[in-house]
Design a protein around this ligand. Sequence first.
Ligand code: NAP
Length: 340
Amino acid sequence: MDRVGGMVRAIVVREVPSDSRPSRVATLEDVSESFLGDGGTVVDVAFSGINYKDALALTGRPGVVRQTPLVAGIDLVGTVVTSDDGRFAPGDWIVLNGAGQSENRHGGLATRAHIDAALAIPLPRAITPARAAALGTAGYTAALAVSRLVHEGVSPDDGPVLVTGATGGVGSIATMLLARAGFEVAALTGRADQFRDYLTRLGATSLVDRSELSSYGKPLQSARWAGVVDAVGGAVLANALAQTRPGGVVAACGLAGSADLPTTVMPFILRGVTLAGIDSVWAQPGARTRAWDLLSRDLDLDVLDSLTETVPLEGAIAAAERLLDGQSHGRILVAINPDA
Ligand SMILES: NC(=O)c1ccc[n+]([C@@H]2O[C@H](COP(=O)([O-])OP(=O)(O)OC[C@H]3O[C@@H](n4cnc5c(N)ncnc54)[C@H](OP(=O)(O)O)[C@@H]3O)[C@@H](O)[C@H]2O)c1
């Protein structure tokens, strides 16, 4: 589609009448291109993906979509049709992760998008469009978290690093990046029996059963981890903090378990632990480019392919349901116009 003003196939989240409280439903629709608003860069979307946040939005759950109706999809990879941003010319490949997509801006689960390109980056040279979308927000967030640990001074000589939610998107890519950088990686998972081989192939040197960290524990525990990449939150994050070695760093990325943080000040004031927050949505272009450079440099792309499931746009909602039901692992790529 190279003309501006046609019809667009999109997954739209709408408010629907309900007896109790407002409820939301996502459906695949054909909308007029004017529905997409007036973002200054028009993109023909080739690929998007299903992250945890997409799964929430596509199943009508709260916490992501802040206004309706809204096109879902926090990621897009596509080609520029027109752009008011001097960095992009027609035909260029472009990547946009987060930046309010599927929150208060129309997102990437559509054949076309009108975006504000300020936080978009050119497709990294070493990565194909499909792989960039397979990495998506999850991969780029994992890279932000690993970069943060390294920036804060954590090195492989300091001891093992714990990755929580290890079979998920953020956890899988973080495990791969850390292993490639020479870290000893302990992968915390609720599915050790099913995914031992998978996590070992990504580079995990040991597995920790999620149940070991999922009940509230002592404020200070045996110091095990030089660093932590946490995608889970709640008691798992609190226990991970309590098990972090003096001077260690914990990168908090997610809330797949809980948004709570039932901790004390003890790890911070008695062990000098740093709790580092990771925000991929509004990270600035420099941080984005550095994260994508790390992914381009340090990732085994064949392993990435092996952990990627591909679905068409028509299959995105069902894939989201599977992700929230704990039936998927790795990454889900949505092929919208793979031949673009
Ligand atoms: N800060 C940011 O900018 C940013 C960016 C991306 C993602 N996130 C957040 O990071 C989290 C992970 O995202 P994702 O895309 O990687 O999701 P995902 O692919 O669904 O992975 C989440 C993993 O967490 C574990 N998990 C699921 N439910 C759990 C529960 N109730 N208690 C404990 N562990 C549970 C599972 O791993 P196991 O089966 O191996 O235990 C699951 O594979 C989400 O909360 C997401 O919103 C934040």
